[in-house]
Structures are given as C-alpha cells and as structure tokens.
Ligand binder design. Structure first.
Ligand SMILES: *Cc1c(COP(=O)(O)O)cnc(C)c1O
Length: 381
C-alpha cells in the first residue's frame, strides 16, 4: 500500500460555487462569496471583525502593521514556526526574538517568553502548533498590565478551541491560513481577526487591506470617489477562492470529525512508547480543549531513531516528514546572530520530530497500515 503524506480534500460543492461566482462576473475581491464567508465566520467564531486575505502570511503582515511595529521594536515568537511569522516583523524593521517551545506540546514556553520581555517588546506572536492552542491564559496573565500586543498565528488553528474560545479570537489579532496544505482550504488564502471595537483601528485595517485607499468607504456609499489615503497593500482574495472556502467551511465539522478518528487511532497506538522512553511526546488534545487535528507528530529521544524511522517507513511506501528547520537554526537565523545552543529544546525538536500521514479522506485501513508498520519499527528500538 502507498500512503501519501497529505491528500487534498474537496467537499464536492466547490465547482458549483465557483460557477456561481463566474456567473456573477465579479471575480475580484469583495464579491458575493467573500461576503458569505465573512458572515459564516463571524457567526462560527463569534467575532465582529474579520478580513479575508490572500494568505496567512499577509494576515500576519497586516496585524504587525496595525500594531505599529517599527525599527527597534522587539517581537517575541517561537523559533519553531514558519518563516512568515518572523518575516512580517522583519519587513517592518522590527527584531524577532525567539522563545523556546515545550517538548510536551511543541507550543511556546510562556516562562521563556516572560524572561525575554524587555522595555522594547511590542508584541508576542504565539503559534498554535498542529491545531492545539498555546497556554493563552498564562500569556494574557503575563501581559495583563503591559502595553504589548498579542497576535495569534493560528495558521493551523482554524476551528480549534482553547477552553471554550476559538483559536484566533483570544489575542488582539488572530491570523488563519486556508493554504492548500491546511485543513480548510481555498488554495491560497487567509483571514485576520481584529478583536475589540476601536473604530480607528478598523478603519486603518480597511485602508491597509484596500491598497492604501478608502475604497471601503466608497463601497459603503460614504464617499463618491476613492483615492490614496495611507499605507497599504493588496490583501483581498479573489471571490473564486472564497467560493472554494465557503464549501469547506460548510463542511468544517465533518472534516474535523474525520481527522479526529485518525488522530485517536494514532494516539492510542503510540502513547505507550512515551512510557518506554523511545518517544518524548506525541500529538495530544488537552482535556476540554478542541483540536482540529491538523497534524500528528511524534518526537523521538534521538536523531538516529528519527532518521531510521523515516527511512524504513519510506521503504514501505509510507511518506513521513520532519517539520520546520527552527528559525534560529536557519540561514537567516544565523545572520540574526542566533546559534543552535541558544534554544536547546527547540533544536532537539527540530532534529527529532516527524509527522505521520494525515488527511481528511484517510481510511481506517490506511491508518492501521501506518500504525502496523510504525509499531514494527518502534518495537525494534
Ligand atoms: C502555513 C503557515 C503559515 C503561512 O500560511 P500561508 O497562508 O501559506 O501564508 C504561517 N504560519 C504557520 C504556523 C503556518 O503553519
């Protein structure tokens, strides 16, 4: 049996919705399906302000602009994340400061964040790894009296919850990805949540989103012509992409439940190897939180076992992958002055984490085949 790492899932409604968009003739941003998506999202997430974007990268860039990050400002984020999280800061002239993760859940270690706060810290960007939330209570208690923004990188976290609140709605800003590799997809795409109801902030967001113009005011009939009023870029996705996303969001619960089945089979099969000391951690879902089961990871106790595991699984037709090169160990991280030893836990995870095949349409038979082979290899260590 050949088991791919990922398979794109479509609900079957996408073509019909794309056709609807083509029939309207309005294929640029802010069309019928953008409105439908915004409406369903504000209801699911119980938020007032969501901006659909061309990617999560762009949502994070917008948030960093809105937080007014400038040269000399520091922004704390995990090293174990996608380069976009740090690039958004660099593009505004700010300095990314990398914090450690916890090996237990691969999420940011809030104690390390605390140690890294200085007078220059202007924002913290927690990345919710694999669809499981960071410890947001600890973070908000810590930032309670500080003038520091929280920007959630919830790229992998759409339709997950921390306690009873959706990821992406806990900070000042929340950023989602609907990239083709995520659970809920438009191809390329993202969303930005802005919490709170500061009208000035919302107006600035509209201007940034609309290429530096007051086009939103024009659409709403408040001015009779729109023109250049400030800084901005082109962040609105085509309505064709929002048609795809609408189909996916309608099936959000179905997608989550299918992935949960796979997650639970994996989880039951591999938990024992933590007690045996071969694995340091595996994906888990904390009690009373809700994961979207974006991925399933295992962290080995050493790099040799990880290499061997990937190789033998590959020989048996099963694609398993590592994940990020931690940002502090990357070529760019080195240029920023970081060294591998600066963040030992992150460095270890970067070298020993693997992700198992995980996709919405995965059958129980495929999943059991992965488990059977993985257990066979683990038993020989
Ligand atoms: C996928 C991902 C991004 C980038 O999302 P795009 O929509 O591709 O720009 C950023 N951060 C994290 C943690 C991601 O997983």
């Amino acid at each position: 049996m050949e088991i791919p790492f990922n398979k794109t899932y479509f609900t079957g409604k996408e073509l019909e919705y794309i056709e609807n968009v083509l029939n309207t003739g309005h294929v640029s941003g802010d069309g019928v399906y953008t409105k439908k998506v915004k409406k369903i999202l504000t209801s699911i997430l119980n938020v007032e302000n969501i901006f659909m974007t061309t990617s999560c990268t762009h949502a994070i860039e917008m948030a960093v602009m809105l937080a007014d990050i400038k040269r000399g400002d520091e922004v704390i984020l995990p090293s174990f994340t996608f380069p976009s999280t740090a690039n958004a800061v660099i593009l505004r002239g700010g300095t990314p400061v990398f914090a450690e993760i916890k090996v237990k859940d691969i999420n940011m270690d809030m104690e390390d964040v605390f140690n890294k706060i200085t007078r220059k810290t202007k924002a913290v960007i927690p990345t919710h790894y694999g669809g499981t939330g960071c410890d947001m209570d600890a973070l908000s208690n810590m930032l309670h009296e500080e003038d520091i923004w929280t920007i959630e990188d919830a790229a992998q976290g759409f339709f997950s919850k921390y306690k009873d609140k959706p990821l992406g709605t806990l900070g000042n800003f929340g950023c989602y990805s609907f990239h083709g590799t995520k659970n809920y997809i438009s191809g390329e795409g993202g969303g930005l949540i802005i919490n709170g109801s500061d009208p000035e902030m919302i107006e600035r967001a509209h201007i940034i989103h609309q290429k530096g113009t007051n086009r939103t005011k024009f659409i709403n009939g408040k001015v009779d012509k729109y023109s250049w009023v400030g800084e901005g870029s082109s962040y609105a996705p085509s309505d064709i992409l929002m048609a795809v996303l609408y189909a996916q969001i309608e099936s959000a619960e179905h997608i989550r439940i299918n992935r949960k089945k796979i997650h639970n089979l994996y989880s039951n099969a591999f938990n024992d190897y933590i007690n045996k000391g071969i694995l340091l951690s595996i994906s888990n879902e904390p009690d009373n939180w809700q994961s979207n089961y974006h991925l399933f990871y295992m962290v080995f106790d050493d790099e040799y076992k990880k290499e061997k595991f990937i190789k033998v699984m590959g020989e048996r037709g099963i694609s398993v992958y590592t994940h990020y090169v931690p940002l502090h160990m990357s070529e760019m991280g080195m240029k920023l002055g970081y060294r591998e030893k600066d963040l030992p836990k992150t460095s270890h995870v970067g070298r020993t984490l693997v992700r198992l095949p995980m996709y919405t349409s995965m059958s129980e038979e495929e999943c059991l085949y992965v488990i059977e082979n993985a257990v066979d290899i683990l038993e020989r260590f």
